[in-house]
Design a protein around this ligand. Structure first.
Ligand SMILES: [Zn+2]
Length: 379
């Protein structure tokens, strides 16, 4: 069927009107989604015990179901993130060209309406599947742990306990020619759930429902340069771990990401649960990894608090454990560069929005929980 010039003009006008109406609907839907996200955060801030009672068990079930459903052996979230990273600049360029050619801001507004709608949908999904857990009361309350401020002496005593356990295990783990720990990613990933199962039997109510095994990230080099050993995706319940992490720290990192998958959002709690799951694991490499990283956190805190006690602490560190400190230093040196500062800044900003005002320093707050654990053991 033919159509004269006037008809074509009318059709174009109708198309433009339809486009404007669709964009308006997207803006309204996006506003609704962002309001819903704000409402969820408002509720969680006002009712932390409700979050613990209602939301955390739901999030743990949802994350467990997602992690067991995401059967692909590679991280789907990472693939989607790369696809988005490639598509977003391309869409921006197309929008800019259309805006310049048509001498109109409408393509840009249309693009923004799509972006606002998708971002709102992702924010709602993120919060309702996992993120609201950031507002739950501290795990220390539930486990009746005493996290009162500690003296440098108590911190030293805690670090000595961790050091001695680390030293005792250092000779029981497989080691390579350089003396550092050795362990394959897939075998360790397959064993990571064992510690959680032992932990759930020992502490009922807090650690049931271990998520599926962690997955190796595809862009390991990129993550190493960004200073990231793992990332958790609550959209698909994927615990993604950087396989370039030194073997002495791989089990701890795997358990840290899996702890996120059990609904624990804050970094100090994920670190503490990783310590508990590692030290409950029958494999000595897991236990060694738990004590090695817990020792590092406490030794760093003691170094800042009391130089004399810190020097005394390091005097009796086993040479085998030192081989793993050397391996970690070599790993960091291999991947140093400006990208690490960018990775840290992004992670810091993300954590601050997630109700963790200390940003990346909140990882180190695991020291309070380790001291409380030491107090509970020695009382
Ligand atoms: Zn984490």
């Amino acid at each position: 069927m033919g159509c004269d010039g006037k008809g074509s003009f009318v059709m174009k006008k109708n198309d433009a009107l339809r486009g404007q109406r669709a964009a308006r609907r997207r803006w309204i839907a996006a506003a609704g989604l962002w309001l819903a996200a704000a409402g969820l955060v408002f509720w969680a801030r006002r009712d932390p015990s409700g979050v613990a009672r209602v939301f955390v068990p739901w999030a743990r079930r949802a994350q467990g179901a997602l992690s067991h459903a995401a059967v692909a052996p590679f991280p789907l979230t990472e693939c989607l993130a790369y696809a988005l990273a490639a598509a977003a600049p391309a869409a921006l360029v197309v929008t800019a060209v259309r805006s310049v050619r048509g001498r109109s801001g409408r393509p840009a507004l249309r693009f923004l309406s799509h972006a606002a709608l998708w971002a709102g949908a992702l924010a709602c999904l993120f919060l309702s599947l996992w993120g609201l857990g950031a507002f739950a009361p501290p795990l220390a309350n539930r486990l009746a742990l005493d996290t009162a401020p500690a003296s440098a002496q108590t911190l030293y005593d805690t670090a000595v306990w961790l050091r001695d356990e680390m030293n005792a295990l250092a000779g029981q783990v497989p080691r390579g020619a350089d003396g550092a720990c050795a362990g394959g990613f897939d075998a360790l990933a397959g064993q990571a759930g064992d510690g959680f199962r032992h932990l759930a039997a020992r502490v009922p109510g807090a650690f049931e429902g271990a998520p599926a095994a962690p997955k190796r990230v595809i862009g390991a080099g990129l993550l190493s340069r960004l200073g990231l050993s793992g990332v958790y995706s609550p959209f698909l319940g994927e615990a993604m771990v950087n396989p370039d992490t030194i073997p002495a720290h791989l089990p701890f990192t795997m358990c840290h990401e899996m702890a996120h998958g059990m609904g624990y959002v804050s970094e100090d709690e994920a670190n503490y649960i990783a310590f508990l799951a590692c030290t409950a694991n029958p494999d000595p490499l897991f236990a060694y990894s738990g004590y090695h990283l817990a020792f590092i956190y406490c030794a760093n805190a003691l170094g800042a608090a009391d130089a004399a006690l810190s020097a005394r602490l390091w005097e009796d560190v086993s040479p085998l454990a030192h081989a793993d400190f050397d391996a970690q230093r070599a790993y960091l040196k291999r991947h140093e560069g400006p990208a690490r500062a960018v990775g840290e800044a992004v992670n810091d900003a993300y954590l601050r929005t997630m109700n963790q005002p200390e940003g990346t320093r909140s990882y180190g707050r695991v020291v309070d929980l380790l001291i409380a654990d030491y107090r509970a053991r020695t009382m």
